[in-house]
Write a protein that binds this ligand. Structure first.
Ligand code: SDX
Length: 427
């Protein structure tokens, strides 16, 4: 079938023909790869209109509020699957059968212990260091542990790297919490589920038998599923860019952790809870909404808005239901939930937010659940990083499977034209 073409006519010069690419879903895309050789670059800071790669992992329809992991809708996975099964789907493309799932679980179990040097590294941080700073350090340090046993050009090694990272991220994240609270480290226990193990490593007391709360175990597992992947977001684009040079994947994960930490990205869940606590009561909402709309005020409504979703983030819908379940089960105060729901209602009826298609995103309700579970707000983004590790690794592996090409964008130069140098500090 003939490829559709676009014709680019510039300054009356010979028209430039561009192929139009069409994926299995989503909008048509202009293939501009030949433009550079013809002396033109596309200018698109923030990549609002640029596809950086092709991928078959996750699809988002921002206008319809659709999110698919390997074609499976996020709400079906959140309600009917578990995080490890979703990890398998993201990494290998298909749902596992019973044996495949069992083997996958066993491989993670056998790789969940961290090298003791990582425990020693963690002890070098101040106790009050932000968990994301510690996580950046620990993930990067794994490159010093595994640097000589990993040939990223061998698929079997890339598969092992994925298993090691998936298996060890919960241990590292739990360690950050234990270290910050002065509690002894708890090693992973093979008897528990992936999410149960996280609760065990974070909250158990070595002097007592720890009983996992199944409601909280299920809630955490759902939160991990909702955060697992989200196509070319800033941190995933970071691991693709860092990995495109062939860099050690553990260092690349550290770069992705750093990117996720930003308040415009994964740091928004911590920022959102702090915002809800600052608002405090429903009566204070109008003041904060005015600030959010004031161009001269840097304040943004945390947990609201999204580069891609111009409709309700489907993950936020599931998160809101999980929030009600956890708060009802724990019989905790719902004051923050009431502020969040009233804030959402008022904003969604306000022309400023309606005109800009600003809706709650994944970070709007997640903090309320995590706080109710006893997780401090400083740990929220580390929980997000733990969940997103599978997405980062899936994209890193896909980049190799597709044949990596170093990322090297160009620029619109606005500096001096050439001029002669005369030093002002030497006579
Ligand atoms: C995540 O990319 C991903 O997929 C990320 C993520 C994932 O799973 O990986 O989904 C996770 O990062 C979710 C987003 C978390 N961040 C926040 O909740 C922080 C608050 N949100 C904003 O900072 C903002 O909405 C962004 C950063 C999320 C998106 O910014 P864009 O796409 O660059 O949009 P923009 O800044 O150009 O805003 C367009 C307009 C502007 O107003 P005008 O100049 O047109 O008058 O909307 C306004 C903005 O001022 N606006 C907001 C707002 N978000 C956008 N105004 C008030 N409050 C907000 N939250």
């Amino acid at each position: 079938m003939d490829k559709k073409k676009a014709i680019l006519a510039i300054d009356g010069k010979d028209p430039i023909e561009l192929n139009i690419l069409r994926g299995s879903l989503g909008c048509q895309e202009l293939d501009i790869r030949t433009l550079g050789a013809q002396g033109y670059f596309a200018f698109d800071p923030g990549f609002t209109s640029t596809a950086s790669c092709q991928s078959s992992i996750t699809y988002i329809d921002g206008d319809k509020g659709v999110l698919l992991y390997r074609g499976f809708p996020i709400d079906q996975l959140a309600l009917n699957s578990n995080y490890l099964e979703v990890c398998y789907i993201l990494l290998y493309g298909e749902a596992p059968n019973v044996k495949q799932f069992h083997d996958f679980k066993i491989s993670l179990t056998h790789n969940s212990l961290l090298h003791e040097q990582i425990y020693n590294l963690l002890r070098c941080f101040c106790r009050h260091a932000h968990p994301m700073a510690m996580l950046c350090g620990m993930t990067g340090a794994l490159a010093a542990i595994y640097h000589d046993s990993m040939d990223v050009h061998r698929k079997s090694h890339r598969d092992l790297i994925a298993i090691r990272l998936l298996a060890q991220m919960p241990t590292m994240v739990s360690m950050c919490y234990r270290y910050a609270t002065g509690k002894p480290f708890v090693y992973p226990c093979h008897d528990f589920s992936y999410s149960g193990n996280i609760l065990y490593m974070m909250f158990s007391d070595p002097s007592e038998t720890y009983v996992i709360n199944p409601i909280l175990e299920r809630a955490l597992d759902c939160i991990l599923i909702l955060h697992a992947d989200h196509e070319q977001n800033a941190s995933t684009s970071t691991i693709r860019t860092a990995g495109s040079s062939g860099a050690n994947p553990f260092s690349c994960i550290s770069a992705a952790v750093a990117s996720l930490w930003g308040p415009s990205h994964g740091g928004a869940n911590e920022a959102c809870l702090l915002m809800l606590e600052e608002i405090g009561t429903i009566e204070n909402i109008p003041v904060f909404l005015r600030r959010a709309k004031d161009k001269n005020d840097p304040f943004r409504l945390m947990g609201f808005g999204h580069r891609v979703y111009k409709n309700y983030d489907p993950r936020a819908m599931v998160m809101r239901e999980v929030c009600h379940e956890v708060l009802n089960h724990l019989e905790v105060k719902k004051d923050l939930m009431e502020v969040a729901m009233e804030l959402e209602y008022i904003a969604l009826h306000d022309s400023y937010f309606i005109e800009r298609k600003l809706y709650p995103n994944i970070d709007f309700y997640s903090g309320i659940i995590l706080k109710a579970m006893g997780i401090p707000s400083s740990m929220f983004t580390a929980i997000f990083a733990m969940a997103r590790t599978v997405g980062w690794i899936a994209h890193w592996k896909e980049m190799y499977d597709e044949g990596i090409k170093i990322s090297r964008p160009r620029q619109l130069y606005t500096g001096y034209t050439q001029r002669n140098f005369n030093s002002k500090i030497t006579s």
